[in-house]
Design a protein around this ligand. Structure first.
Ligand SMILES: [Zn+2]
Ligand SMILES: [Zn+2]
Length: 270
């Protein structure tokens, strides 16, 4: 399974200055040997992903799995090229959210007066899949399991297993005052890769308690507790320049050597 980052910024896309980390909001693509793709979140990074899928040629199975409904995780969806591809099919799933169904959520952001093209005008067929009761389930070749995140409005972290590789995607979550989230530690046990919400430096965090985001230090603690092989710092705070993200990487690496801050187009084959 190939894992490629298409968007790693939290909250807001940034395009005003070049960055080694890119400017798009969350989107990570997992690609199986068969060509099937499982996409985690539809931040603005899903736009370049859609172009890349179109260039790659033949249509393939596309699965779209959402962490939660906050705007930075859905705002790219109306610009996802394969959604306009007649004959294509997108299998879409997300957890229960306060805003209703996922069809309503994606439809809502494309309604007048927010957007000119309604969801009903997309040419691909949209297969909104039922949220499973089972603790783990299959999406094409991908075996998926989940844990709730600690985030305003709720959300889910996922473990994706395919072809001997395991990835845990835990964005938009805040550690508990008592320390790491034991549910996330259980989900991430022995994983090859852990993407974790490292929006803040530890010294920035006290001003943001309750916002639903975490720090690199808690990412490191979680990585140690779960025994993961590699840690990816994710959901970069919009005001953090490249120098700050590189510094965060250095600080985290002193305590967990196999760590890096997520960069767009970086590829991980664990
Ligand atoms: Zn977010
Ligand atoms: Zn959020």
């Amino acid at each position: 399974m190939e894992i490629r980052v298409f968007g790693a910024r939290g909250s807001l896309p940034l395009g005003s200055r070049p960055s080694a980390f890119g400017g798009n909001t969350p989107c990570v693509a997992c690609t199986a040997a068969s060509g099937a793709v499982l996409i985690l979140d539809a931040g603005t990074g899903i736009f370049p992903l859609g172009r890349q899928l179109a260039e790659a040629g033949p249509r393939r199975d596309i699965y779209l799995l959402f962490s939660h409904v906050h705007w930075d995780h859905i705002q790219g969806f109306p610009f996802f090229g394969p959604a306009y591809d007649a004959g294509g099919c997108l299998h879409i799933m997300g957890g229960p959210t306060a805003g209703g169904t996922w069809e309503q959520a994606l439809c809502g952001q494309m309604q007048h007066p927010y957007f000119p093209v309604p969801l009903s005008a997309l040419h691909a067929s949209l297969d909104f899949q039922k949220w499973p009761n089972a603790a783990r389930w299959q999406m094409g070749p991908f075996l998926v399991s989940r844990a709730q995140t600690n985030h305003p409005g709720g959300g889910f972290a996922y473990r994706i297993q395919c072809e001997g590789t395991s990835l845990v995607y835990a964005t938009d979550t805040e550690h508990f005052p008592s320390g790491i989230d034991t549910n996330l530690a259980a989900l991430a046990t022995g994983a090859d890769l852990l993407f974790y919400d490292c929006t803040y430096f530890p010294e920035e965090y006290p001003a943001h308690i309750g916002h639903g985001h975490s720090t690199w230090r808690h990412g490191v603690e979680l990585a140690h507790a779960a025994g993961v092989r590699q840690l990816v710092l994710f959901h970069h705070e919009p005001s953090h320049e490249d120098e700050a993200l590189e510094e965060m990487e250095r600080q985290a690496a002193r305590e967990f050597p196999r760590v890096w801050a997520a960069r767009e187009q970086s590829v991980h084959i664990a």
